[in-house]
Design a protein. Structure first.
Length: 279
């Protein structure tokens, strides 16, 4: 009976339902899991798996050619552009209105009215689900909050997502110290240094808490923030090797944002707990 209830509630979770039904479905699923974390992991995986199935459903029968979405909102001067959603899927041409319709449906049950994607503690996210999420985000600008806490974020995964989430304002990369490398940090720095580039982001909130960053990584990030992230309001670098020079550079941003005459930065909160900063 438990298995039947779980499968039925999961099916309702990804179906287009009125908000009261969705709320009751969440309550039922939460009651069927031993912990809140287990419920959220199950919910997130079910929704991402549904995204992947929908992408496969709009494909043709040839399994060797990628899905191509034409006529997206970021069209080129010729009026058309392409976005590869999955290297293992088949060919399907979807106009921009149809792409938006699909992604609005897929994100209708996400938290905060569809503005947040919370993938926290999904340590081993399959590559096809990352591709599906990137596809969704590229056509759904109302997703502005991306939480990748403890998700095994690496350069490849971050690259796929940043190319599709230039509209994201809150990016949480907390507790990815096992997979965040110097290369990953440099990639993120480039994205922040050139916010209007093809893989750029213009953030209001960034958390790199406990990501195993060294002082050179933090200096690169700080330089990128000073040059490109003028809208950033909160930065969390707790439990990384920041050092004095980086702290001074970031403090300059904080001081500038509090000066009405300068009016260059919006940084209001800087968290540097346990960052190996001298007295």
């Amino acid at each position: 009976m438990l298995g039947v209830a779980l499968s039925t509630a999961t099916a309702l979770l990804v179906a287009p339902m009125p908000p009261p039904v969705t709320t009751q479905t969440h309550c039922l699923l939460a009651a069927l899991h031993p912990t809140r974390q287990a419920f959220h992991v199950h919910k997130d995986q079910a929704q991402l798996a549904h995204v992947a199935r929908c992408l496969q459903a709009i494909a043709s029968l040839d399994p060797s050619t990628p899905v191509v979405v034409e006529g997206s909102s970021s069209s080129s001067s010729s009026g058309r552009s392409s976005n590869v959603a999955s290297s293992k899927a088949a060919v399907a041409t979807v106009d921009s209105s149809r792409a938006r319709e699909i992604t609005e449906l897929l994100t209708s049950s996400l938290p905060n009215g569809g503005s947040q994607v919370n993938m926290a503690n999904n340590v081993h996210v399959p590559s096809n689900e990352v591709e599906a999420l990137a596809y969704c985000m590229s056509h759904c600008p109302r997703i502005t909050d991306l939480d990748l806490t403890n998700c095994g974020v690496n350069t490849t995964m971050l690259g796929q997502l940043l190319k599709s989430c230039g509209h994201v304002e809150r990016l949480t990369l907390t507790d990815n110290k096992a997979t965040m490398t110097g290369e990953t940090c440099r990639f993120l720095s480039r994205a922040m240094r050139h916010p209007k580039g093809p893989a750029g982001v213009q953030l209001r909130f960034l958390s790199l808490y406990q990501c195993g960053l060294e002082q050179a990584d933090c200096m690169d990030l700080a330089s990128a923030l000073v040059r490109g992230q003028y809208n950033l309001e909160e930065l969390q670098l707790n439990w990384n090797v920041v050092g004095d020079d980086v702290a001074i550079k970031l403090a300059t941003m904080l001081e500038d944002s509090s000066n009405p005459k300068a009016n260059r930065y919006n940084l209001k909160k800087l968290v540097l707990t346990r960052c190996e900063i001298g007295s």
